[in-house]
Design a protein around this ligand. Structure first.
Ligand SMILES: [Zn+2]
Length: 262
């Protein structure tokens, strides 16, 4: 039997260990930041042509499954709701698939299917590596921000209107899909080493939230310079290559499946 005093010492030791290892929201484990300014706004705004509506999509087919009681997050109320949603199975031509759940507020199966096809086509423009962990897409009306995580991309269609107007619907969905498929695996030691070696952040948004936005903010810049350098300005390319050099190497070394972007 371990003596009570020994137990309390042990608990104190563990407590110290955990608190020194956990990262705060604004602390990413290295502190030397060089005086290079990244983009003021998030990287979804740097160039609307990184992915456009004319680019290829892997979207291959859609099947209506019916209406089922479904728990869905709705940012208008900032909570989960249970709705009799229209459910569609979506398949992509590289073997991946996902379920699209549409809020019944769109009024009919046909209207819901139009929404599902529209966003499934955009999601099909995302590289394979960003669709691998995608299980569901949730579609509501409303002008709330999109979201990505826990295998789901959250879409509010009135907000999508503004993204389309600015030509950044694809870039925004790319950002959210990065949260879904890369975040769970790539906030690792090697990526943190790359962040520390770069000594700077690509955007103020990444700098403010280095432990949850850096990869989503940076992976889009990787695609911009590695696959779309003919579409972005020299200035934008210079900023990305200057600030994200080691992160770009990290992404390149992963040998991600980029279909249909490549
Ligand atoms: Zn984000």
């Amino acid at each position: 039997m371990i003596k009570p005093k020994l137990i309390s010492v042990f608990i104190l030791f563990c407590g110290l260990f955990v608190s020194s290892c956990e990262l705060d929201e604004d602390d990413y484990g290295c502190h030397e930041v060089k005086e290079v300014a990244g983009f003021k706004k998030g990287t979804i705004f740097i160039d609307p042509d990184i992915i456009t509506e004319y680019d290829a999509s892997a979207f291959a087919g859609i099947l209506y499954e019916g209406r089922f009681e479904t728990r869905m997050f709705d940012r208008r109320i900032n909570d989960d709701i249970i709705l009799l949603a229209y459910i569609f199975d979506v398949s992509f031509d590289d073997g991946l698939s996902c379920e699209v759940r549409v809020n019944p507020e769109f009024g009919s199966m046909n209207m819901a299917m139009n929404e599902a096809i529209y966003y499934a086509t955009v999601i099909g423009q995302m590289p394979n590596c960003l669709r691998q962990e995608l299980r569901t897409v949730t579609i509501h009306k409303g002008d709330q921000l999109f979201g990505g995580g826990d295998g789901d991309i959250l879409i509010h269609t009135d907000q999508a209107y503004w993204y389309e107007k600015d030509g950044i619907l694809e870039e925004t969905i790319f950002h959210e899909a990065t949260h879904v498929s890369l975040d769970p695996y790539h906030y690792n030691d090697e990526y943190r080493d790359a962040m520390c070696a770069d000594k700077a952040f690509i955007s103020e948004y990444a700098e403010d939230h280095p432990n949850r936005e850096d990869i989503a903010e940076s992976f889009l810049t990787y695609v911009a310079v590695a696959y779309r350098s003919d579409r972005i300005s020299w200035d934008v390319q210079d900023i990305i290559e200057d600030i994200n050099a080691y992160r770009l190497d990290y992404f390149d070394n992963q040998r991600f499946d980029m279909y249909p972007v490549n």
